[in-house]
Ligand binder design. Structure first.
Ligand code: IVH
Length: 672
């Protein structure tokens, strides 16, 4: 055998062994060891190899069987109609191919498809004889299943008796048994309380409960069922479409999913997929894709089936957005504003096509709440462009030696003592002006497009400028010479010129962009714009006191704290002055026209019947007046509700007007 062929033969053998093992884990023991996606990939590879090299076909190949072996304990029942599987589409291309094939075979452009969620549960075949529930059988290997009638009879939404009029003597229904997410969580919480191992997912519980020998267990689990098809023909139904047949099934008293929908054409089928994908998180039960079935039952006969699956149906799986992987370690990252963020170092895992090896753990409170420990297996979530995050722990795989995560005592970058911010979840390194990651990130932020918009000043250039001591912080950028930039590694003359010109161009900027560029904690674009509208110049902003800031609508106490703290550091004020000295030109906007109330300053105390103090404050601010926390000689009046505090006495002492609740209406109506 040539060397390459030998490789193929042994790969096929390996795949057969591997897939058979996973089949057994999944079907027989309800204990999958790999994700559906990985399994499908292995299966697809084997199928392709077998069709290209038919000489290596093997009796034991999983592609020749419908399902897998059975566990002892229940009596076996042979399915009158084999329980087939479904072909899978793992991406939009696969689904499009399926549709094109239908178009070719049916010779029709628009093919109505009945679309249903793919329920993540346990398949069951239920027979009714003369209107009475006769048997319920698991899928087993697709040909022979286990008799789980007594357990299935405990499912409350499944009728034991149905109307006979509509039916032939025998009818075989197919459905999916599952558990609602809420019941699953309640069950796991109870198990945890008594120190028992929780279940991995609702599907495992549903499968485990149905395959318990004692029906009492199944009865306690509040299992659910959706019926999704009739297996036998000749049932007496006149319906020509799957959709109308399912309506009849529903009328007979069976639970059919309300989300099922007939889609007219390819576009509608794709829209349905997107719609359900969006709703997935909020559904009370778990689903893992969409099942499409050609609606016209006549076409089922024409299209036929393979040994494994019908050709008129496909399961279009959702890309998984969540995977389980091992948390190897936790490292700590220093952010631009000094916040220390714990980062999960993970065993690399592919989530929806992207390899993830690090994920956010947010903060220590989150870690505590989720009880995450090093060595745990954790669920990692990734949605769109959002940074991957550790969602929760797979507690069933927790080992006693897994260690609790502790916050560092010193900053990992500059070794300054780390402090906890009072009343917040954050830990912080306060060495803002010389902690390297803070300084470099603040320069990156300063230069970014929404801030000063300096083009070409990437991360590595900034790091080089800092390392070579060409700059110490962003206030030095304007004094950089062309030669300074050119002296950097791998810097071409043209790029150096572009960067130099861009730095100079950035000197002419809008006030709001400059405020944003300063990188004050929690001062994003919006707050920066609001500040620029409320302060005439940067000097006014630097000198603002708490009242000046808190009197601005939308500026709360935390943001005020951050602004006051920022300008309380002389170095920050010096940095602003240095930029101005080196040519910064801030373009200020015209101030909002202030109204006649602008000189009125109120202080509020006590409680009011119809509104909170904050609501009253906002109403006054909107009218142009200002509101202060403390009484001074400048206070226009004290607005006093019930149970006023010490401010009341102070107002009396200073002979300040006091407006009580009854005078308030007049006061507010006087403002225009
Ligand atoms: S129809 C010929 N509809 O998915 C097979 N199956 O991967 C007809 N499943 O064994 C199956 N939700 O247990 C159908 N809405 C749905 C389904 C569904 C989940 C399961 C079913 C089947 C497996 C195939």
């Amino acid at each position: 055998m040539p060397k390459d062929e030998k490789k193929i033969s042994s790969r096929i053998k390996y795949l057969i062994k591997e897939i058979n093992y996973h089949n057994e884990q999944y079907h027989t023991y309800d204990n999958p060891k790999i994700s559906d996606k990985k399994y499908d990939k292995l299966y697809k590879e084997l199928k392709e190899l077998e069709s290209s090299y038919p000489e290596y076909q093997n009796e034991n190949s999983p592609t020749r069987r419908i399902g897998d072996k059975l566990l002892g304990g229940f009596s076996k029942i042979t399915h009158k109609f084999p329980m087939l599987s479904l072909s899978n589409a793992s991406n939009a291309d696969d689904f499009e191919k399926f549709y094109i094939k239908l178009q070719e075979n049916i010779k029709q452009n628009e093919i109505p498809l009945f679309a249903e969620p793919k329920f993540d549960g346990l398949a069951v075949s239920i027979e009714y004889h003369d209107g009475k529930l006769f048997s319920a059988v698991t899928r087993g290997d697709g040909k022979i299943g286990e008799d789980v009638t007594s357990n299935v009879k405990t499912i409350k939404s499944l009728p034991i008796k149905i109307s006979k009029n509509l039916l032939s003597k025998h009818i075989t229904l197919r459905g999916e048994i599952f558990m609602n997410k809420r019941d699953f969580n309640n069950l796991n919480n109870q198990l945890l309380k008594v120190d028992e191992k929780p279940y991995a997912n609702p599907r495992n519980v549903a499968a485990g409960s149905i395959r318990q020998l004692d029906p009492k267990v199944a009865a306690e689990r509040n299992l659910q069922i959706f019926i999704h098809g009739i297996a036998n023909t000749g049932t007496g139904f006149k319906e020509k479409n799957h959709s109308s047949l399912m309506k009849e099934v529903e009328k007979m008293g069976f639970r059919v999913c309300k989300l099922n929908q007939l889609t007219k054409n390819y576009e509608e089928a794709c829209l349905y997929y997107e719609k359900i994908k969006m709703e997935r998180e909020n559904l009370p039960y778990e689903i893992d894709g969409i099942v499409y079935k050609v609606d016209d039952l006549n076409f089922h006969k024409i299209l036929g089936e393979t040994a494994k699956a019908p050709k008129w149906s496909i399961a279009y799986k959702f890309q998984s957005t969540e995977k389980v992987t091992k948390l190897n370690d936790v490292t700590f990252q220093v952010g631009r504003t000094g916040i220390i963020t714990p980062v999960a170092e993970l065993e690399a895992v592919n989530i929806g096509g992207v390899t993830v090896s690090r994920a956010s753990l947010h903060n220590m409170d989150e870690i505590e709440k989720k009880d995450i420990r090093i060595g745990d297996y954790v669920y990692v979530k990734r949605a769109g462009d959002v940074i991957p995050e550790v969602d929760r722990v797979l507690l069933s795989k927790r080992l006693p030696e897994n260690t609790k995560i502790k916050m560092l005592k010193k900053c990992p970058a500059c070794k300054t003592n780390i402090m906890k911010i009072k009343g917040q979840s954050f830990y912080i390194c306060s060495n803002h002006n010389s902690c390297f990651p803070q300084v470099s990130q603040s320069i990156i932020h300063f230069s970014s497009r929404k801030a000063m918009n300096i083009i070409g000043l990437g991360d590595s250039i900034i790091e080089q400028l800092l390392n070579k001591k060409k700059i110490e912080n962003y206030s030095d950028l304007f004094s950089l010479s062309y030669e300074d930039i050119l002296s950097l590694e791998r810097m071409a003359e043209k790029s150096a010129k572009n960067i130099f010109n861009s730095i100079h161009k950035s000197k002419d900027t809008k006030f709001e962009k400059f405020i944003y560029a300063l990188g004050i904690k929690e001062v994003g674009e919006t707050i920066a714009r609001i500040l620029s509208e409320n302060f005439q110049t940067i000097d006014y902003l630097i000198k603002a006191n708490r009242d000046d800031l808190e009197n601005i609508k939308d500026i709360g106490p935390i943001v005020s704290d951050n602004i006051l703290e920022f300008f309380s550091h002389k170095t920050n004020v010096n940095m602003v002055n240095k930029l101005i000295k080196n040519g910064l030109k801030i373009n200020y906007i015209k101030q909002k026209v202030k109204n006649k109330n602008q000189n009125n300053s109120y202080v509020i105390t006590g409680t009011f019947e119809n509104f909170t103090r904050e609501e009253l404050k906002q109403a006054l601010l909107e009218k142009g007046a200002s509101v202060s926390n403390s009484i001074s000689k400048k206070t226009t009046a004290l607005i006093a509700g019930k149970n006023p505090g010490s401010k009341y006495k102070k107002a009396l002492d200073l002979n300040i007007d006091i407006i009580k609740s009854d005078g308030l209406f007049k006061l507010l109506s006087e403002f225009h």
